[in-house]
Design a protein around this ligand. Structure first.
Ligand code: HEC
Ligand code: HEC
Length: 553
């Protein structure tokens, strides 16, 4: 499209040139957009040189679910390579990833698909009812941006709010004057009470949690190179080995996480090969590349990263639904503007756009082909109907898929190799789907059932407000509230009908079951029963010195 425009504009161009020779750069004459180019390696800030050991520590921390009080969320939970560096969970069922949007109501037009973090909980780990999420994991307001290739942009997040200098959170001293956005970003999720933290949690809690944790103790599998690196050592010893004496502190956590993320470079896509001179695209994909260029996509998605690292409102949603960049600058012109995302590994990272509103790449191309669905005075002038033919659409969809996907990312190997998380393994408590359960009662059991722990949290929602609730822990599924149990804890549900307890788990044993019963005068037995959840006890996590010899992956 812009090709044909350029041709028909040539005469006009010449006339204007003749008319305005005095103006060396007429204000309307845009520079040609940056061409696609192979991706290199990200810059390394001098304040945080890369070392093998620091990268390994960063990888461990990135995949460490014990950084969350609940033991259920690591950075990698929302940033898995198999999902292109975003949330693996929102690839299948979107249940659990829905956010109600500004109106606070689920199933309305402004809903979003975000990434689930932790249930709202206090410093003791007690769950707190959180609006539409109840006692289930809360969902963030936006789609994760890939942590892969995150070493390149000079500003991070959809609204670019991570920018500037990285200062030591403890001393205030500037550690990286420029180029340290990954370090700035890294500490945010750790203290965010939707993503990983308890309400009011701070970086001190994180340090304490690491002192008490055996590295990757919850992971269901750990790559051999990491097992070798950990070598039975505890976190304070690992931090000393990487940074010198001084143990764990917040800035070291940030430096290690950033170093690891700078190694997550997806630059072996078929497109990178093609651009470096090895033909790797099919004819249809090549045609798609042409369409990509002619349709003006390069204007914002050009260069090696396929992003101008700038902010635009493209009319994907009503301009007021998310302030975007305006939340950072306060400028009305920035209302609804989002940072242009890079496009590598798109085929893995559905759903699309910052609110996850588009389910697949065809829907994205169709949105651009329509010229967006909404408008506002600050809408990007490039976004106008494209009138692409259906073969052009097919070709463009093909180009956005395989050619932009690094096979190492999809297969989680090379730098993308990773531990298997507790939360994605069969170690998580399993619902039993019992015939006699009351479908209105929702039992929630997410946390690792570690043997001997006094505070295994289970919750129930969907009960009548202020109902009497009994939680029973047993070695077999209990059908009657009066049956014997290993532990029995009774509570009164909140006004919203939710309740949570901390059950002490035995130090040994194999399978255990938890079930909740709700007092209901109308029910035959006087009680309604929830589903039951089966727990397979995990080894106790003892103080680190006990594990100095013999780390079991
Ligand atoms: C509960 C899900 C969740 C967890 C846990 C999480 N993130 Fe994110 N991450 C997100 C979301 C959502 C965004 C985009 C937020 C925005 O732009 O407002 C994001 C953005 C980022 C970005 C910005 C990428 C870019 O190009 O702008 C980086 C880097 C990142 N996260 C790294 C991390 C690290 C490191 C951790 C662990 C300390 C972490 N994330 C934990 C959901 C999560
Ligand atoms: C004016 C700048 C601009 C132009 C031109 C542009 N984009 Fe975008 N693109 C963006 C921005 C900004 C977003 C994020 C918008 C949001 O979520 O609100 C985006 C999002 C996307 C996404 C979703 C990525 C993800 O991870 O969710 C894809 C795919 C995409 N664009 C492809 C294209 C294609 C194909 C074209 C050409 C037809 C194009 N873009 C033209 C700025 C642009």
């Amino acid at each position: 499209m812009s090709l044909s425009l350029a041709v028909s504009n040539r005469g006009y161009f010449r006339t204007l040139l003749l008319l305005g020779l005095a103006f060396s750069a007429p204000c309307w004459a845009q520079a040609p957009p940056p061409a696609l180019a192979p991706l290199g390696n990200p810059p390394i800030p001098s304040g945080n040189p890369q070392t093998e050991a620091k990268i390994a520590l960063g990888q461990i921390l990135f995949w460490e679910e014990q950084l969350s009080r609940t033991g259920t969320v690591a950075c990698g939970t929302c940033h898995a390579p198999e999902a292109g560096g975003a949330d693996l969970r929102s690839l299948g069922s979107l249940v659990g990833s829905q956010h109600p949007g500004p109106d606070g109501q689920i199933a309305t037009a402004d809903d979003r698909i975000g990434a689930a973090g932790v249930p709202r909980h206090d410093s003791e780990g007690r769950y707190i009812h959180a609006g539409v999420f109840g006692m289930s994991p809360q969902v963030g307001t936006r789609q994760p941006i890939s942590a892969i290739n995150s070493g390149f942009p000079t500003r991070l997040f959809w609204d670019g709010r991570a920018q500037g200098a990285f200062n030591d959170p403890d001393s205030g001293q500037t550690l990286i004057a420029a180029g340290g956005v990954l370090e700035i970003q890294a500490l945010g999720p750790l203290v965010n009470d939707v993503e990983m933290a308890h309400v009011g949690g701070d970086l001190g809690d994180i340090q304490n949690r690491l002192i008490d944790a055996r590295p990757l103790a919850l992971a269901a599998a750990v790559p051999p190179a990491l097992v070798e690196f950990i070598d039975g050592r505890d976190y304070p010893t690992l931090f000393d080995a990487v940074f010198g004496a001084g143990g764990i502190n917040a800035s070291r956590i940030a430096l290690a996480l950033a170093s690891y993320q700078r190694t997550l470079v997806a630059n072996r896509t078929p497109l990178d090969l093609e651009l470096s001179g090895t033909p790797s695209l099919t004819p249809l994909e090549r045609q798609g590349r042409q369409v990509f260029q002619q349709a003006g996509c390069l204007r914002c998605h050009g260069g090696p990263l396929m992003s101008d690292n700038n902010f635009h409102y493209i009319g994907a949603r009503a301009v007021g639904e998310d302030l975007g960049r305006m939340a950072v600058t306060g400028l009305a012109a920035d209302r609804g503007r989002m940072r242009t995302p890079g496009l590598r590994n798109l085929s893995l990272s559905a759903p699309y756009m910052s609110d996850g509103r588009l389910p697949d790449l065809r829907a994205v191309v169709e949105l651009y082909n329509r010229g967006g669905d909404f408008t506002a005075p600050n809408k990007a002038p490039e976004i106008t109907p494209l009138n692409l033919s259906s073969t052009d659409i097919d070709a463009l969809v093909a180009f956005l898929g395989r050619p932009l996907t690094d096979p190492r990312v999809a297969a989680a190997n090379g730098p993308f190799e990773r531990p298997l998380l507790y939360s994605e393994s069969d170690r998580v408590p399993q619902m039993q789907d019992l015939a006699g359960r009351d479908p209105g009662l929702q039992l929630i059991a997410l946390e690792p059932p570690r043997a001997g722990r006094p505070d295994f949290t289970v919750a129930l929602q969907g009960a009548p407000g202020f109902a009497q609730v009994e939680f029973l822990l047993s070695t077999e599924v209990i059908d009657d509230v009066l049956d014997g149990a290993l532990e029995r804890l009774g509570v009164i549900a909140s006004a919203q009908g939710s309740a949570a307890v901390e059950l002490p788990l035995p130090v040994s044993g194999d399978l255990l079951y938890v079930r909740a019963f709700v007092r209901d005068a109308g029910a035959a037995s006087g009680w309604r029963a929830s589903d039951a959840v089966r727990l397979r006890l995990l080894d106790a996590v003892a103080e680190p010195p006990l594990f100095a010899s013999g780390f079991e992956p």
